[in-house]
Design a protein around this ligand. Structure first.
Ligand SMILES: Nc1nc2c(ncn2[C@@H]2O[C@H](COP(=O)(O)OP(=O)(O)OP(=O)(O)O)[C@@H](O)[C@H]2O)c(=O)[nH]1
Ligand SMILES: [Mg+2]
Length: 470
């Protein structure tokens, strides 16, 4: 049974937060990013996109925590301000909030200020206002008037600076102007280049403003942090699975020097790698809640849900800062005849039967297929070192982008230039261990419980999540 605390009546009602600001400043975008959903509202580069107040609820573990209200942009703050001043002059005895109340209750349908009235009505019903600012704009008269009207509501205001990337000087100017309104606790929140830290600070600011909702907001912060870590971990695990899947893959190849057979084999290997990478891309997008539709609309990394640059395209190695040598000219990588180790000796050398005969039963059990294949004149073909490197670097870069991409982003995500991404320490050791264990290609209980496999997976995941390495 839930016992209600008689001293804290407010905690039963949800915290209501109005997202307000001039038109086209990114109000709907901010809400999408906070909801991690591209489904909410309509975003457009143009004034007057949102026409009505729209509500969304943010929950933690199925417990509703707060309501967000998207509002239409304030368009004509000059007319609004003049109208409110007129009302104030008429009823001098009324406190400023009541003048706003008077305005919203008396505004006529189809009044030119009807849109503004919708915003002010929601402002008066809310506990906190998030005032979204496009810092690229100079602090014009219309913004000063807007702020005058909003402060008249006597609600706590958190100014949120949007479009901050590359606009430090403008940001500093805005800070100065807001200080004149006694607003010091501002927040930088680029809805497109999202960071979880910025979001956390937003909730922490709310905590300081409405003490009665402190615990609930803390629950939300903790819940969001847990989800965020899980999300990043799932993404990294998915990429590690791709690397394992491709590194362990092999095709048997006849040693007869048949050029047609060889090129077919190469095609098959290419196709396998492309499909595996594509599958991973699809999974990553859905892990981070970017749908295939968003890929089309937002032109995320790829066109039509495919990577723009084929993994085997010429030039890709350079894009990833790899030491390419002659491989660059003919395009990345492909299959390589693998040089398997048998009892510490490369299989090539070990075809000297003495070495194989000298190997014990346990070695034979593990490497039996390779040994038999060698004796029968069959070789294995698998994805070569460079392919694996590009594959890893490209996914690491994509993962990084997805971890920092707000759900408001509409531009193209370029992920084919990533010279700064680094391979993990001991990379060749990791991949060569994977190559030697083809049975790890697909998940199985035996594989997942194998300590050597677990160690490799953990190292890959750790390196993928290490942003300091960029
Ligand atoms: N580069 C960049 N673009 C942004 C950012 N936030 C929003 N946008 C873009 O700005 C435009 C307007 O965004 P909206 O979210 O529709 O703005 P709004 O304030 O809801 O607009 P109205 O509903 O018309 O008042 C869209 O093209 C967004 O993609 C940002 O932080 N950075
Ligand atoms: Mg909008």
């Amino acid at each position: 049974m839930i016992v209600k605390n008689p001293h804290r009546p407010h905690t039963d009602a949800l915290l209501n937060i109005a997202v307000v600001g001039h038109t086209n400043t990114g109000k709907t975008s901010l809400i999408r990013t906070m909801l991690r959903s591209t489904e909410f509202g309509v975003i457009e580069d143009g004034a007057g996109t949102t026409r009505h107040v729209e509500q969304a609820t943010i929950s933690a573990d199925n417990e509703a925590i707060l309501n967000l209200y998207d509002t239409p942009g304030l368009e004509d703050s000059r007319a609004l301000s003049a109208h409110i001043k007129k009302l104030a002059a008429k009823s001098k005895s009324l406190p400023p909030v009541q003048i706003l109340e008077h305005f919203v209750t008396n505004v006529a349908v189809n009044d030119p200020l009807e849109q503004e009235a919708k915003v002010i009505r929601q402002v008066l019903r809310s506990d906190i206002l998030l005032y979204i600012i496009d810092v690229r704009e100079p602090f014009l008269e219309k913004y000063r008037l807007e702020l005058d009207i909003l402060t008249q509501s006597a609600k706590p205001i958190i100014p949120v600076f949007n479009f901050i990337a590359g606009h430090d000087r403008e940001l500093a100017k805005w800070r100065e102007h807001l200080a004149a309104f006694h607003m010091h606790a501002t927040l930088e929140f680029d809805t497109v280049a999202f960071t979880f830290e910025a979001e956390k600070r937003l909730y922490q600011k709310m905590q300081t403003l409405v003490e009665s909702h402190y615990d609930r907001l803390q629950k939300l912060i903790d819940y969001r942090a847990k989800l965020w870590n899980q999300l990043c971990l799932s993404g990294a695990k998915r990429v590690a699975a791709l690397i394992v899947n491709v590194a362990c893959y092999r095709e048997s190849k006849s040693t007869q020097n048949n050029l047609i057979a060889h090129s077919l084999l190469e095609d098959r290997l290419h196709e396998f790698v492309r499909k595996a990478e594509q599958h991973c891309l699809h999974d990553l997008l859905s892990i981070f809640n970017f749908s295939e539709k968003d890929v089309a609309i937002q032109k995320i990394p790829v066109s039509n849900g495919h990577w723009q640059l084929d993994i085997f395209a010429p030039g890709i190695l350079k894009a990833y800062g790899l030491d390419v040598g002659s491989a660059a000219a003919k395009g990345a990588a492909a299959g390589a005849g693998i040089d398997l180790m048998v009892g510490g000796m490369s299989l090539g050398a070990a075809t000297a039967l003495g070495a194989i005969a000298g190997a014990g039963w346990s070695t034979f059990k593990r490497y039996g297929d390779e040994i038999k294949a060698t004796v029968k004149g069959t070789q294995w073909q698998c994805a070569d070192e460079t392919t694996l490197q590009v594959l890893y670097l490209r996914q690491k870069h994509l993962l990084n982008k997805l971890m920092h991409r707000g759900h408001a982003a509409q531009d193209t995500l370029h992920v084919d230039k990533a010279e700064s991404e680094k391979l993990p320490d001991n990379w060749s050791k990791l991949t060569s261990a994977l190559r030697q264990n083809p049975s790890w290609q697909e998940p199985s209980a035996v594989r997942n419980n194998n300590p050597q496999y677990q160690e490799i997976e953990a190292k890959l995941v750790e390196a993928l999540l290490d942003e300091g390495a960029n």
